[in-house]
Ligand binder design. Structure first.
Ligand code: G3H
Ligand code: 13P
Ligand code: ZN
Length: 321
């Protein structure tokens, strides 16, 4: 099957009320694990490439690897630039045939962020590509306490519902990444914390009320940082802090139902890969054949992806809707 357009994946996900699984790809084993799991679960998938992934693996290698995955599978696959930070990088990816790009200018003031997004949107839309923007700061749940319950501060780190409407209208972005207590990496929260799901509902409602329809929202930093993986990493010689914690799967489930149409996961794949590799080395220190540790790592990532698409995002079974 050829590359499927992000636009089509979003339209189907919105209709089917499931969340699209957006997984980061950095090498062949990760790609194989993701695509094989999604193929077996009949899930559509978004493969995301970050600037760091392009620097690590080389854009041409990544492009060819993805072409191979597409030619060997039947599920719909879209290719997305994750956290593009400049117009130039977005343009390169659009020119290379990515079906969507993210321009992350969320560190800039509102107007500058909207302006840069609008510039990318103008180029992208002329070249059959769609754009994700981001409003708010992914600082985690320990910030913006006291903003819960509807008293949203326009100056806070989290996404403000009315500003989200204004931002989408000004920038023309096709989807919006929100800040609701989410953050990247393995150390999201101190202890168990939850996303500000009421705020997510308010953002979705504000967009609907403003005439923007069932507007697709994106959840970054959606890894759950499973305690058993962290434990396994540490058991086999790792030194991850004990304060690792991620987004509870039950929160992702609610976010999906409220209207997060794309859910980004990278850290959990890294943890699964690391746990499996550490286990091989700890149990067999003489091992030096990369296939003997990258193989189990790939299998562990595949198992995790299957769980995500089937039990958390509910995109399994929707590949051929
Ligand atoms: O949100 C960031 C992703 O996990 C990509 O991370 O920039 O280290 O490739 P990276
Ligand atoms: P995690 O670090 O929670 O996996 O988030 C990944 C992400 O948001 C990629 O854009
Ligand atoms: Zn992200």
């Amino acid at each position: 099957m050829p590359l499927t357009h992000t636009r089509d994946l979003f339209a189907k996900a919105l209709k089917g009320k499931y969340a699209l699984d957006a997984f980061n790809v950095n090498n062949m084993e990760l790609l194989q694990a993701i695509v094989e799991a999604c193929e077996e679960e009949k899930a559509p998938v978004m493969l995301q490439i970050s600037r760091g992934a392009r620097q690590y693996a080389n854009p041409v290698y990544l492009k060819k690897l993805i072409e191979a995955a597409i030619s060997l599978s039947n599920i719909p696959i879209a290719v997305h630039l994750d956290h593009g930070d400049t117009f130039q990088l977005c343009k390169e990816c659009i020119d290379e045939g990515f079906t969507s790009v993210m321009i992350d200018a969320s560190h800039l003031p509102f107007e500058k962020n909207a302006e840069l997004c609008a510039q990318v949107v103008e180029y992208a839309h002329k070249h059959n590509c769609v754009v994700e923007g981001e409003l708010g700061h992914l600082v985690g749940a320990q910030f913006d306490e006291g903003e819960e319950g509807g008293a949203y501060s326009a100056e806070g780190h989290y996404t403000h519902p009315e500003q989200a409407v204004d931002f989408v209208k000004k920038s023309g972005v096709d989807s919006l990444a929100v800040a609701i207590g989410n953050s990247h990496g393995a150390y999201k929260f101190k202890g168990e914390q939850h996303l500000d799901l009421d705020r997510l509902k308010a953002i979705k409602a504000a967009l609907l009320e403003a005439g923007l329809g069932d507007y697709p929202l994106v959840l970054h930093g959606a890894s759950s940082v499973p305690a058993d993986l962290v434990k396994e990493i540490n058991q086999f010689g790792g030194g991850m802090g004990t304060d690792t914690a991620g987004v509870p799967e039950s929160d992702i489930e609610v976010a999906r139902r409220v209207g997060c149409t794309k859910v980004n996961v990278d850290t959990d794949l890294r943890l699964a890969m690391t746990a499996a590799i550490r286990k091989v080395f700890a149990e067999n220190p003489k091992e030096f054949d990369p296939r003997k540790y990258l193989g189990p790592a790939r299998a562990r990532v595949k198992e995790l992806v299957r769980h995500k698409v089937r039990d958390v995002l509910h995109c399994a079974g929707h590949a051929f809707d």
